[in-house]
Design a protein around this ligand. Structure first.
Ligand code: GLC
Length: 423
């Protein structure tokens, strides 16, 4: 018997350990992307574990997927730090600078935890963790920044401190994976040192899981009739997601649609104030007030935040995306398309990489309720067009945004990053 054959099998040692860092335990697009990436990962070859920085449904959902997950709680002032607050004049020293004193201590705790976990690759899944993961070295581990957002914006015409800090840390990651070409281009333009490290990997979904939603149950839970014609937005209640644009467009659609269609119309806002960062928190109340001002109460449903994404999409006839700021990728679109729902989307950021106008959906000008209303009216009148778009959208997701294929792309990024570290 040769020595090699005599060695005991050590399946775990052969797997590459990847530790994922998620600052928020709430589940928005970046976290859904993480959940689906983990579901598509080859567990024979990769050994994933997740560190989450704040409470929320993410931990439980990860455990539900059989994932090793733990909390490393971030102090509240750090949790509340946000890019938007950093850029605003109101955000002075009190709101943004003082919490930074707590950052090195958290970075140190994270470093200790990572040293204990001994990953070969660290996958940082969001801006806050990009900073903490890069502040201190983790010998033996290659760092990957997964870029879900555009770079931090300027502050009163000058480069903001979050951007300057990111620039200083940009030499640390082995790779930076952007969720769209648009995001990669923005980073390349702003941080030339990141250019050779940038890769683009779009989000993926499991088409089968998105198709299995119970739309009838979702409608029943929210008092929506089975004969209703439902337009809906699934998005967190962040100011830039454009729920106001949707509500204003809804008013125009109700005013302009013929009575027989107007009677059936329903407008769903699925989402909630899930993040505890500055600039988030009181949107639902504002949106409900706007809905009252526009006399929309009878036609609008606020369903609250839901993790039943498949059920929510199955309840819609048309999914609307209305972001007023460039959307980094637009995961909600591929989820809707996978569920077989036609989409109307704001033409911005990464969205045109997902939807070809008139083929997989309809694109409209961002922040323009009038344009959105016209697109909604056109689809309200045309069920055949809705079906055509839905079919083409589903086909596109199956071919281009499949979770399994995305898993393979990340696996090769992990190998590439780890190889760089070893040389
Ligand atoms: C962030 C982005 C969104 C993207 C998601 C997944 O939530 O804002 O556009 O779809 O991450 O990458």
């Amino acid at each position: 018997m040769s020595a090699a054959v005599a060695l005991p099998r050590q399946p775990h040692a052969l797997r590459q350990r990847v530790v994922y860092l998620a600052a928020s335990g709430q589940v928005g697009g970046a976290e859904r992307c993480l959940l689906s990436l983990l579901a598509g990962l080859d567990r024979e070859r990769f050994d994933p574990a997740v560190v989450v920085g704040s409470p929320g449904p993410l931990l439980e959902m990860l455990e539900g997927q059989g994932m090793a997950a733990q909390m490393l709680p971030m102090p509240m002032p750090l949790r509340r730090l946000s890019r938007s607050a950093a850029g605003s004049p109101r955000a002075g020293a009190r709101a943004t600078v003082s919490p930074l004193w707590q950052a090195p201590a958290y970075a140190l705790r994270l470093q200790r935890e990572l040293t204990r976990m001994q990953p070969e690759v660290i996958h940082s899944n969001g801006m806050k963790m990009h900073y903490f993961s890069a502040m201190l070295p983790t010998p033996g581990a290659a760092l990957i920044w997964h870029l879900h957002d555009f770079p931090p914006g300027p502050d009163q015409g000058r480069e903001s401190w979050p951007s300057r800090l990111l620039r200083r840390l940009a030499s640390r990651p082995a790779l930076a994976v952007a969720n769209s070409e648009a995001v990669a281009a923005a980073y390349a333009a702003r941080y030339p040192e990141l250019r050779p490290k940038l890769r683009v990997i779009w989000n993926g979904v499991a088409p089968a899981a998105m198709r299995g939603g119970d739309g009838a149950a979702f409608r029943a839970r929210h008092g929506i009739g089975s004969g209703a014609l439902v337009f809906g937005m699934l998005a967190i209640f962040a100011p830039w997601k454009g729920q106001e644009v949707f509500l204003r467009a809804a008013r125009q659609v109700l005013d302009q649609a013929p009575e027989v269609i107007a009677r059936r119309l329903c407008f769903v806002l699925a989402g909630g104030d899930i993040y505890d960062t500055h600039g988030h928190g009181a949107r639902r109340a504002e949106l409900e007030q706007l809905s009252r001002q526009l006399a929309l109460e009878a036609a609008v449903r606020f369903t609250g935040y839901t993790t039943d994404i498949a059920g929510a999409f199955a309840a819609l006839d048309v999914a609307v995306h209305a972001s007023t700021r460039p959307e980094p990728f637009g995961r909600t679109l591929i989820e809707a398309m996978a569920a077989g729902v036609p989409v109307i989307a704001a033409r911005c950021g990464g969205v045109p990489e997902i939807v070809d106008h008139g083929i997989h959906g309809v694109l409209t000008a961002p922040g323009d309720p009038e344009a959105l209303a016209q697109a909604m009216l056109a689809l309200a009148h045309n069920p055949a067009q809705r079906s055509r778009l839905a079919l083409a959208g589903r086909d596109r997701v199956e071919r281009q945004f499949n979770q399994q294929a995305v898993g393979r792309q990340f696996e090769s990024a992990y190998r590439e990053a780890a190889a760089q570290w070893q040389h």
